[in-house]
Design a protein around this ligand. Sequence first.
Ligand code: PLP
Length: 405
Amino acid sequence: MKTIEEIRADFPILSRKVYNRPLVYFDNGATTQKPLCVLDAVREVYTEYNGNVHRGVHIMSDLTSEAYENAREKVRSFINAGKREEIIFTSGTTGSINSVAFSYGERFVKPGDEIILSTLEHHANIVPWQMMCERKGASIRVIPVNDRGEILLDDFLKLLSPRTRLVAITQVSNALGTIVPVKEITDAAHSAGVPVLVDGAQGIQHDVVDVSSLDCDFYAFSGHKIYGPTGIGVLYGKEKWLTELPPWQGGGDMVDKVTFEKTTYNELPFKFEAGTTNYAGAIGLAKALDYVLGIGMQYIAGREKMLLAYATEKLSEISRLKIYGDSANKIAIISFLIDNVHQYDTGMVLDKLGIAVRTGTHCAQPVMQRFGIDGTVRASMCFYNTTGEIDALCSGIEEVIRMFS
Ligand code: PLP
């Protein structure tokens, strides 16, 4: 078991200084930092064996294709999907959700149908469905949340109807940190014969994810939020759906036979991977998954729980500070406002103290509207953060309060 100092040493960027102060990085919800092994894996692709995947007879293409397919297998086992054919590499969560919204909409949605989302959704799990609904004459229904930022399950059950074509729900709110009971939601939706897409952008990196026991129909996540490279993501889809859905893009590698009269498509998963994919990113992502497995997902979940408890206690002691989202079941995200101080001012002062937090609506405007605010300051922590950094955040907030009082 590595010590926290050893873990932090795996991430070169964590030891840099900003404005001559140690960097305190609390914007892990936006993107996570990368361990050296991930950077090395991507560099190795380009220095040792780069060739386009599934294209050539030469050794470079073979080596890259093998590493790419091994990455697919790594993702499959990481989320416990049944088959490697069910793992599609995409550009990220946004790419994955847009793709399903397009193809599922084309194949299954008709005028009058409904898609159920929740108030907690990131814009990436709202706008693609709106675009699809506009095209198909369907509409969106929204599950409300209570004052703690928790989904109201009874209201969800009331929204399910014969018109419901799909439920698309986040696993964890990026704005408040609430962990959503996606298993209960999936079971209830399935009882009504409705498939479920889970937006795992904020779920995949914090605890074990098992799509087989979750039984969701689609699961989307981004590599860069789980210590992997940017520009790579995953769509898991049950084989029965992926077989039925039309491809969302056409191009090289996704075809079987092409004539000007007719094209037949490649088998899964290649049917959904048109053109040259981000294979270096996929290989880097596989290394990131190896890395977190080496640290241990249970260890990560436990350490982040400790950080959340510590940060909640310390921040609650600051009298002019209000925390938004206090579900008993949340990840290590604290969204807050300081009385009479705009969130941008707080963020900018903290930045000058070397503390990186996110400010604004967090691409989740509806949840901000629900709480009647135009944004928050968000400190999103992960396992490489420390209680010392939380103390630095608290001192920084006291400084903000002094400056603006
Ligand atoms: N869904 C949630 C809950 C998110 O937090 C994010 C990003 O913050 C996304 C979707 C979009 O992820 P990406 O920008 O990596 O596609």
